[in-house]
Design a protein around this ligand. Structure first.
Ligand code: ADP
Length: 460
């Protein structure tokens, strides 16, 4: 086997030797040839030289080209994923080296492809066998992938490559997907069909801040929802059942108090007043438990409408005055007249009253309470600020939990149930907002609520 370089060199030498030998022969022959044939001899010599040159170049070129064509064909086959046969060795060193590199590259690629396919199969079977339904949507809203756990009532099997508008059967889910693809927002939704309740999570898959595709995960929450509904039903029934006897106990205690005309210092009078205080507290707890239970059953209770925040706060002032005057406190509200929200008015009133009532309960006499509101980036920021006792840092994380109180005695004396902030948090969540609190002991507390103005975000 020779290298291309030595092959060309050898051919050139051979060509030169032939030319020189023929030239020498002609030189000796030339003296014996008649003058008129000398020119013919010269022409024949040129033609002979050209033929030899052509033959030599042609042989080299064809042998190289033939091999290059075979190599090109093989690379095209590799490109198409066909690793089949290996390239035969050439008698030209460089081409033979090239062929063996391509062969080893082909073998390595084949191994990598096999590994990749095995991994892909594993991943695919994992996705296919997930209990959750998983589907992927392309940027042009076509189904890229779906596993076998997607319920047929939401999307038929084999919907790949078809538009979501043609395959998503449930109208609510389709509207949700279209909205979220347009706004590139992640989100979740509950879908009811006749027998099942599904929760669908929607995410956008990004790389370098560019959305590559959208992913949907469907989870069957029928059992969970049934248990939750039973629990809610139980709390609602229990609360209703409790309310009637407590109200009648209160009624009897009031009747006793008025009928017996006891002296204010008598023990009996104090007992009756304790009964009345405690029945009032029980009524408030039962009412708060009912409110939480209704808030948890979500949509049926949540009735958003266009609300003017300024008017809502003005209407509250009358109720607020009722309790802040007792402690000689002041309440001021700084709310621009043009803030409109898509919110449930009754729930929003409940939220503000709870926060203002707390601000009053946990502030001393003569202190002031402020409510501020402002719009920022399509959200309304509302703050309820007091100068009261404050909350130490260790309690801040827990005050939104049910029945959590920093100072149980103080809360009870102020008529608290320990459920107020839990209700507030629920209401904020129903409006797709968030709430946080900052406080400094002895200096006061600020509750900040952030509510979206946008109608779609408010109800998502
Ligand atoms: P409660 O009915 O006891 O007021 P909440 O859920 O409304 O229950 O509040 C939980 C606890 O958080 C209260 O018991 C109180 O300790 C604390 N808290 C709430 N608001 C304030 C406030 N404005 N200032 C100080 N402490 C507060």
């Amino acid at each position: 086997m020779r290298s291309l370089f030595s092959r060309v060199l050898l051919s050139n030498w051979l060509f030169l030797i032939i030319l020189l030998t023929t030239g020498l022969i002609l030189y000796f022959v030339e003296t014996q040839v008649a003058t008129e044939f000398k020119f013919v001899l010269f022409v024949l010599y040129i033609i002979f030289s050209m033929l030899i040159a052509f033959h030599t170049s042609f042989r080299i070129a064809t042998s190289v080209t033939e091999h290059l064509i075979v190599i090109e064909k093989k690379t095209m086959e590799i490109n198409a994923g066909d690793f089949g046969t290996l390239l035969a060795a050439s008698d030209i060193q460089e081409l033979s080296d090239l062929a063996s590199s391509i062969n080893s590259m082909s073998r390595r690629l084949q191994m990598q492809f096999t590994d990749l396919n095995v991994e892909k199969e594993k991943f695919n079977s994992l996705l296919q066998n997930l209990r959750e339904g998983v589907f992927a949507i392309s940027l042009d809203k076509k189904i890229l992938f779906q596993n076998q756990s997607i319920p047929e009532t939401l999307m038929p099997a084999n919907s790949q490559s078809r538009s979501i508008d043609d395959v998503i059967i449930n109208k609510k889910l389709l509207g949700f997907l279209n909205d979220h693809i347009e706004s590139s927002m992640d989100g979740k939704i509950g879908i009811d069909d006749s027998k099942h309740y599904y929760r669908v999570w929607f995410y956008s898959l990004k790389s370098n801040n560019q959305i590559l595709m959208y992913i949907g995960v469907v989870s069957d929450k029928t059992d969970e929802r049934e248990t939750q509904m039973l629990r809610e039903q139980f709390v609602q029934n229990a609360s209703h059942e409790l309310k009637t006897p407590i109200t009648s106990i209160k009624g009897y205690a009031e009747t006793l108090e008025s009928k017996l005309r006891l002296s204010p210092d008598s023990v009996e009078k104090k007992f009756i007043q304790a009964i009345l205080r405690n029945t009032d507290r029980m009524i408030r707890i039962v009412e708060d438990m009912l409110t939480i239970s209704k808030l948890e059953s979500q949509n049926s209770f949540f009735q958003p409408e266009k609300v003017n925040l300024y008017e809502l706060v003005q209407n509250l002032k009358f109720t607020v005055d009722g309790f802040i005057k007792i402690k000689n406190q002041t309440f001021t509200a700084d709310v621009p007249a043009n803030i409109y929200l898509y919110a449930d008015m009754i729930l929003l009133e409940h939220l503000f009253l709870n926060l203002i009532q707390n601000a009053s309960t946990y502030s001393s006499e003569n202190q002031s309470i402020h409510l501020f509101a402002q719009c920022k980036d399509n959200t309304v920021i509302i703050q309820v600020v007091d100068q009261g006792i404050g909350i130490s840092e260790s309690h801040l994380d827990r005050i939104f939990e049910r029945f959590y109180r920093v100072d149980t005695d103080r809360s009870r004396k102020g008529g608290g149930t320990g459920l107020g902030l839990s209700i507030v948090k629920h209401i904020v969540k129903l409006h797709s907002g968030w709430i946080n609190v900052s406080s400094s002991q002895g200096e006061g507390t600020t509750f900040t609520i952030n509510l979206p103005i946008d109608r779609k975000k408010a109800v998502s």
